[in-house]
Unconditional design. Sequence first.
Length: 256
Amino acid sequence: MGKTRILILGGTTEARLLAEQLTEHEGIDVLLSLAGRTKEPLPQGAPVRVGGFGGSAGLAAFLKSEGIEMMIDATHPFARQISANAADAAKIADVPFFALGRQAWLPVVGDQWHEVADVAAALTALGPTPRRIFLAIGRQEAHHADRFPQHFYLVRSVDPVDPPLQAPDVVSILDRGPFDLDGEVRLLKQHLIDCIIAKNSGGSATYAKIEAARLLGIPVLMIARGAATTVPTVGSLEAALDRIDHFVSVAAKRGV
């Protein structure tokens, strides 16, 4: 009997770690898919496919043509279109599918969060008075800042914002997490930041900015996640591995 072919939709630390674990499983042939938005992704430790699929129909066709027997969505919590396409494709191709989710951050005592629906809503909520903003949302939606040129923006991303922002007062930093509390405190103080705009991504790699904001008394405009999906979801690497092991063992007994 051949190996079980598993496709992981990745781009997150969790996806990379899961793929690395599965490469050591003698009964599994794993393929990690990256959207290609990051120009120089970290080494993944597993076979990688880069690029889109052409929507849900294209992904369904790929699942069938490549003999994929299970698909896992381990994309970023805000990669909503990719996740929706994956759910549709799994139904079309009749392939078992689940998501490896990341728990959202929750406010604790001392946090000054104001939840907003999206980046545009966050920037609108700032009002007309000039502020000093840490725009900690990556580069994909940073262009919204051009509509609110009265503010100073500190923008941090893995790759440069392209095209560059047209707002007149912008400092761009190219960096990749994880970030530590001391470094984030220094960064916020250095640039006199008085508000942070962030997505509720969850995880530990970028949480230090939230801790730093709490320590310094800086408000955070927190972009909420979308509505929960009906896709079966596990919340840890261990739970994902258990689910995969069960699927592989059942398939082996059936001689699939």
